[in-house]
Design a protein around this ligand. Structure first.
Ligand code: OFO
Length: 163
């Protein structure tokens, strides 16, 4: 079973993962309509992955005898100033998710909830990867001149191969 404080913070984390999925979906759509078809596919996949992260927590809460709350769907950013800005925001979002995960784990420790701590360790490893991938995408913007059409094309191809 779950203590109330852990159940609440897990529901918050589930909502954050659900929001992350919608944010990636909006990014994927922006990329798609601006011609970045390969990177769009990459972020559509990220949106699916975040949906899985959400469901995994949602089901865990239920499995532990808690009440899993279906999160509301807030507005997300639909327009971006540039191709690069998409990844700057993606990295910021991933860092915020990592910090939230750390808070969940701190709460588990405070409550001696080692089962949930063990469950959350998967997310720690996952976030390490996702932050690394977002940083790699931003590195590619420094390495490839995206001001030219060919550079944009190269970026689109190379970013979609990350991870
Ligand atoms: Fe990348 O947010 Fe899930 O864990």
């Amino acid at each position: 079973s779950l203590v109330e404080g852990v159940e609440n913070i897990l529901n918050l984390q589930a909502k954050l993962e659900s929001d992350a999925s919608n944010k990636y979906l909006a990014m994927a759509a922006w990329l798609d309509r601006n011609g970045y078809a390969n990177t769009a596919s990459y972020l559509y996949k990220q949106a699916e992955e975040e949906r899985e992260h959400f469901l995994k927590i949602f089901k865990f809460i239920t499995d532990m005898g808690g009440i899993a709350i279906t999160p509301s769907v807030p507005e997300v950013q639909q327009e971006f100033a540039s191709f690069k800005e998409v990844f700057e925001i993606a990295l910021q979002n991933e860092i915020a998710v990592t910090q939230a995960i750390n808070k969940v784990i701190a709460k588990c420790r405070a409550e001696n909830d080692y089962a949930t701590e063990d469950f959350m360790m998967w997310y720690v490893a996952e976030q390490r990867e996702e932050e690394k991938n977002a940083r790699r995408a931003l590195e590619l913007f420094d390495l490839i001149n995206g001001n030219e059409a060919d550079g944009k094309f190269q970026l689109d191809v190379q970013i979609s191969k990350i991870g």
